[in-house]
Design a binder for this molecule. Sequence first.
Ligand SMILES: [Fe+2]
Length: 190
Amino acid sequence: MRTDTFVTARVPIPQLEDCVLSIADHFTEAFHAEHREVRDLLLALIDAFKSGDSAQVRKLVETLSEAIGPHFRYEEEAVYPGLLPIFGRQHVDKLLSDHDDTIRGIRELAELAELVMLNDLEEIGEDQAAWGIELVREILPHVSDCDGLSIMVETLPEDDVVHILATRDAARETNADLLTWARTMRARHV
Ligand SMILES: [Fe+2]
């Protein structure tokens, strides 16, 4: 099939001199980078379950909780409230409920990793590995779903995006892992 029509209809590629990052671009870059990190950790966790490597599973679950904690925190404290006028309450509640699911999933993965450690298993059993992979696959779609929020954030007033980035900085400074934040700081309990 010829694609000339599509090619000529494309938006021109920005030239180097146009590439000064706006505050929204800065947010989007940081947001993408965080989702990529979590995506890669989740995919590595699937591999670790497949190979039955219990030490790697434990390490990855811990790293995931550390990576997701500050991310969820600033999403809930600044991104979601900022998007409320666009999405409305119902969808923001759905986003929060997706976070609830992820927190439960990471908690179950941490329990699974601990169980393996308590039983001093160097290799994870087939059933445990299958359960672990299922838990990871339940979390994965949130990463790609969430990444799309940046297309809405870029429509917000600059002050709102500045507030989001400042809240992100504060969350990263406190640096509470996901399970600690969910247990001790998050208003919503799961
Ligand atoms: Fe996210």
